[in-house]
Design a protein around this ligand. Structure first.
Ligand code: SAH
Length: 340
């Protein structure tokens, strides 16, 4: 059976028309699906009983099943293991803060890019998520009681490798008929695919763009992220400079700090040189241990501080990411296919 959330508002109107129902029902149904986030057609109380039955006879209401939920004792971060119709699983993570609540969602089952430090790419790409599978992760977060204010496309997968569905999902998140979350509250994180960055630029979305950099030399970046062999730093930086110029928006560089690999003073200076003059900031992420790259570890706190100090002295804006959900393997790079 088709999931009703595959339908756009005009498509739903069309379906209603074909079924001799007034078109305005579409907005009501959308409200129930994306605002009230009901779990069944029964909950759509302002629709007639026959219409509710007709809908239930034609459509599924959710493309995902919440098969496990873990709650961090450290910081209340929640991680959901979600089962897709073809039994594959994905994960999403909800991070409640005092005045906002961020959900980190997946865009693919697995990932094709094989960054050596990341658990998500270990088994390669299995498939893209559909628009409704991407959207449903936020609905589930809401059904679990969270007022989601921010969405980050930083879960499993590479958003720019499934850009069409990601863009459709952003449309739903944006829509006043659905979530009404402003694009500025959404962040796409990419391992650095120039054609995807260009496409984003041409769309004039107001989203935040983060780029996983992790190294300031081609030699090291290619070792850590095979994508760098295809799109070396020169190519990536050229595209990003163009993006910044054309969108007038700041880009965030994510930089995992790995002990004895990319975290020395010389590395900080090389990073500063690479991005100097760009409208950007650096988000430092102390390496999170994963089932892959077992010999990597984060540097000592004092070394991270020194790295930050060097960046600041060089005029590079930087922040240190507080890793969340470490006790439930919910932190960056820890989402994997192996948690079933
Ligand atoms: N494919 C996209 C989206 C994933 S975002 C991207 O590469 O940006 C996940 C973020 O967590 C990325 O910045 C990724 O590089 C980072 N990450 C992956 N493994 C990690 C680890 N073990 N420790 C800390 N961060 C990690």
């Amino acid at each position: 059976m088709r999931c009703i959330k595959e339908l756009s508002l005009p498509e739903l109107k069309e379906w209603l028309k074909e079924n001799q129902e007034p078109a305005y029902r579409a907005e009501q149904i959308f409200h129930w699906l994306y605002s009230a986030c009901v779990k069944g057609f029964d909950g759509m109380t302002n629709l007639s009983a026959p219409l509710r039955e007709k809908l239930a006879g034609h459509f599924e209401i959710s493309p995902l099943r919440l098969s496990n939920k873990l709650v961090s004792f450290i910081d209340n971060t929640e991680k959901y293991l979600l089962e897709l119709p073809d039994q594959h699983t994905i994960e999403s993570v909800v991070m409640p803060y005092p005045r906002r609540c961020t959900i980190c969602i997946s865009t693919q089952v697995g990932c094709r890019f094989h960054c050596v430090f990341c658990a998500s790419g270990k088994k390669g790409l299995i498939r893209n998520l559909t628009q409704d599978e991407i959207v449903e992760q936020v609905i589930l977060g809401k059904q679990e009681g969270h007022q989601i204010t921010h969405i980050v496309f930083m879960g499993m997968g590479e958003p720019l490798d499934n850009l069409d569905n990601v863009i459709k999902a952003i449309g739903v998140f944006n829509s006043p008929d659905a979530f009404n979350i402003g694009a500025r509250r959404m962040t796409i994180s990419t391992c650095g695919i120039p054609s995807g960055i260009k496409k984003l630029m041409d769309l004039h979305l107001q989203i935040e763009l983060s780029v996983s950099l992790h190294a300031a030399s081609d030699e090291l970046r290619s070792r850590l992220m095979p994508i760098n062999k295809q799109y070396p730093l020169k190519t990536l930086m050229k595209e990003l400079k163009e993006y910044i110029l054309r969108t007038n928006r700041q880009v965030t560089f994510e930089y995992i700090m790995i002990d004895k690999l990319n975290s020395s003073d010389a590395d900080a200076l090389m990073l500063a040189r690479l991005i100097k003059g760009m409208n950007c900031k650096v988000n430092l992420i102390p390496f999170n241990t994963t089932s892959v790259a077992r010999d990597f570890k984060p540097p000592m706190a004092s070394e991270i501080k020194r790295f930050q100090k060097t960046l600041t002295a060089e005029g590079v804006k930087n922040t240190l990411r507080d890793s969340r959900g470490a006790d439930i393997q919910g932190a960056c790079g820890q989402l994997s296919l192996s948690s079933r």
